[in-house]
Design a binder for this molecule. Structure first.
Ligand SMILES: [Zn+2]
Ligand SMILES: [Zn+2]
Length: 279
């Protein structure tokens, strides 16, 4: 599931391809990807509009148009596919032979960008303004932004009695962390994921902030080398498991103290952590 670093890597790779490009045509192959919005909304809002800037907030990709914006959210395994032009797009989209799954595509003068999610959890939405999107409007501080400071994190933690792990997953507080990087941040900060958010001492808040920032920076580096390849519909991020210290390592020795990494369930999600050195 793409979290903040994966989406940031997608955005950085996408910018040179689509910024400044005019959307000649919007192709909607599977309208489910636009739900609950009707097909007409995206088509009317985006056709003949120019993509001025590509941004990211939390796990959303924002295509800022000269009027309005389009948000892309990948959910579990949505992805982007690049086509050399309308001919390739129309020849291959959902075709039986040499086909590629495509739900929605934006056609430009020099290529076409497809959004694809076989499981149809991912969404493409059109908005007049960012404030019209309840998903965007409810997002908390982006964990890679300069607004994400120790002081701000301390305030947010102090307002919450939830377990640390649940606090980190809550996109309305700190936006961008999913299950994987929440577990990793808590391991690096040596904090017990079950502790109440407001119980952290100033020194522990500093450690958690530093851990989140460094975990995301390292993951982003990994996501950019190699960078996403939108030409390959099978492409996915490589090598992230090399940087993981807790996530997915149940029963394996903790890289810090040697005790076995444990898996527990919190709010229906798996938490991986070291019972010995995370206090
Ligand atoms: Zn589809
Ligand atoms: Zn340990």
């Amino acid at each position: 599931m793409p979290e903040l670093p994966e989406v940031e890597a997608v955005v950085r790779t996408l910018r040179p391809l689509v910024e400044g490009q005019l959307i000649h045509c919007v192709h909607v192959f599977h309208p489910i990807a636009l739900k609950p919005q009707p097909t007409s909304r995206l088509v009317e809002l985006a056709t003949d509009r120019c993509i001025q800037r590509v941004d990211r907030k939390g796990k959303y990709v924002l295509l800022r148009l000269d009027r309005g914006l389009v948000t892309l959210h990948f959910r579990l395994d949505g992805q982007l596919v690049w086509f050399t032009g309308a001919a390739e797009l129309l020849g291959r989209a959902n075709a039986r032979k040499n086909g590629v799954h495509v739900d929605v595509a934006f056609e430009f003068g020099k290529g076409a960008l497809g959004f694809a999610d076989r499981r149809h959890f991912g969404r493409v939405h059109a908005w007049e303004s960012p404030n019209d999107s309840s998903g965007l409007a409810s997002l908390g501080i982006d964990a890679l932004s300069t607004d994400f400071t120790v002081a701000r994190l301390r305030e947010l933690l102090a307002e919450s009695v939830r377990p640390l792990k649940d606090f980190l997953l809550d996109q309305t507080r700190v936006a961008g962390l999913g299950n994987m990087y929440s577990c990793e941040s808590l391991w690096h900060a040596r904090l017990d994921p079950r502790r109440h958010a407001k119980s952290l001492k100033p020194e522990e808040v500093r450690r958690l902030h530093k851990a989140i920032v460094s975990v995301l920076a390292r993951a982003l580096e990994c996501c950019l080398h190699p960078a996403p390849d939108f030409r390959d519909s099978q492409w996915w991020f490589q090598g992230l498991e090399k940087i993981l210290r807790a996530y997915g390592r149940e029963g394996e020795p903790c890289r810090r103290c040697g005790a076995a990494i444990q898996r527990i369930e919190q709010s229906g999600r798996s938490t991986y952590w070291c019972r010995r050195c995370q206090k």
